[in-house]
Design a protein around this ligand. Structure first.
Ligand code: FMN
Length: 360
């Protein structure tokens, strides 16, 4: 399974694991893949603390950090949080309050927190100071100055894309590794499926390395991704229900029980299309009479405290998470090390099967 990107990053397997849980990121790195810690919404101090913990666990093995800097948003013209808050209509606040009340969730603090571009940029310094080997950006082109800062500190720059056109733009901005993320993925996704997207992105940016993302949860799919020309796989959903993950137990249960048809691309959480586990939350925002979700970052400012509270109290009907269609392939809680080992074993079997077709 060794591809050139393994040598560049100093990893054993080209298995990349995105997670907001530090334990998962560290466990995958220690199992020979590359754990990527999702820093969205963190403060510099908090990120510093998390990365210090990861450093202690991985003892020099490489890991990555992921930030989210959207291409253009309301924030560009309205940088002050108070101005943005004032743009959230009372209709939306009332709808959300009513929704929470119907499901018995009490929200004590109505304070909204916003992930500002300026704050996300500060996270870059923290990640690079810790020696992260890979810094990845989602939701827009990696700013060229950030790619340069990565290179100056010996790190590689990566970016998530949902179309070949966006991949080319990323390379022009200095990105080294492209993550081609299909619509079946968890999180903010485009509309093109992984199977169709990956070969197009590979051709568009060759010889730059491409990682296939979206729906990958088995070694057979890793073999397929490498057959499509990817140098590795970038996974997210697969790690939500592993033993090390801090996903609340009720949510883990729902993930393990869900089929591939129980995800929806919804704007109800952040304002941008984001694949989530279908739940009463996504249904309510989709129901007739519900207000249309607001633009980024307003919808996220409105919903972040509510989503956090729902997670905290584990309200079974409402609780949800970003998750991809690969959720239907996740059926038991295993350790991250076990998941990495199974991906490798299954890959070898699948590659052997296909190889046998060639050799006759
Ligand atoms: C709970 C969760 C949160 C995510 N949040 C982010 C994020 O903040 N930034 C990002 O670049 N990708 C995020 N993603 C998407 C992953 O980076 C990855 O592209 C995706 O999970 C791959 O598809 P898969 O889930 O089918 O494996 C998230 C994924 C999950 C499961």
């Amino acid at each position: 399974m060794r591809t050139p990107v393994c040598d560049v990053l100093g990893i054993e397997y080209p298995i990349f694991a995105f997670s907001h849980c530090r334990d998962v990121a560290a466990a995958v790195t220690n199992a020979g893949g590359l754990g990527v810690f999702g820093a969205l919404g963190s403060t510099p101090d908090r990120l510093d603390e998390q990365l210090r913990w990861i450093d202690d666990q991985v003892r020099g093995r490489p890991y990555g950090v992921d930030i989210v800097l959207p291409a253009r948003s309301l924030e560009d013209d309205h940088p002050a949080v108070a101005d943005l808050e004032a743009m959230i209509p009372s209709e939306h606040r009332e709808f959300l309050a009513g929704l929470l009340e119907r499901y018995g969730v009490r929200l004590d603090e109505a304070v909204t927190r916003v992930t500002s571009k300026a704050a996300e940029r500060e996270l870059v310094d923290v990640a690079l100071a810790h020696g992260a080997r890979l810094l990845v950006n989602a939701l827009g082109p990696m700013p060229a100055d950030i790619a340069e800062r990565c290179h100056a500190s010996g790190a590689l720059a990566g970016a998530l894309v949902g179309s070949p056109h966006h991949a080319v733009k990323q390379i022009e901005n200095g990105v080294d590794i492209i993550v081609a993320q299909g619509t079946e993925a968890a999180g903010h996704t485009g509309e093109i499926s992984t199977m169709v997207l990956v070969p197009q992105v590979v051709d568009a940016v060759a010889p730059a390395p491409v990682l296939a993302a979206g729906g990958i949860a088995s070694g057979r799919q890793v073999a397929a991704a490498l057959a499509l020309g990817a140098e590795g796989v970038w996974t997210g959903s697969l790690w939500l229900a592993v033993q090390e993950s801090d996903t609340p137990p009720v949510l883990k249960e729902k993930i393990l029980a869900a089929s591939s048809s129980q995800t929806v691309r919804t704007r109800s959480v952040t304002g941008k299309p984001n694949r989530f586990l279908q739940s009463a939350w996504t249904d309510e925002w989709d129901a007739p009479g519900a207000p249309a979700p607001l633009a980024w970052p307003l919808q996220m400012m409105l919903t972040t405290p509510a989503i956090g509270r729902i997670m905290q109290v584990q309200q079974r009907e409402l609780i949800t998470t970003s998750v991809g269609q690969g959720v239907g392939l996740i059926a038991e809680p295993r350790s991250a090390r076990h998941v990495v080992a199974s991906l490798v074993e299954e890959f070898i079997e699948a590659a052997g099967r296909v190889g046998a077709l060639v050799s006759g």
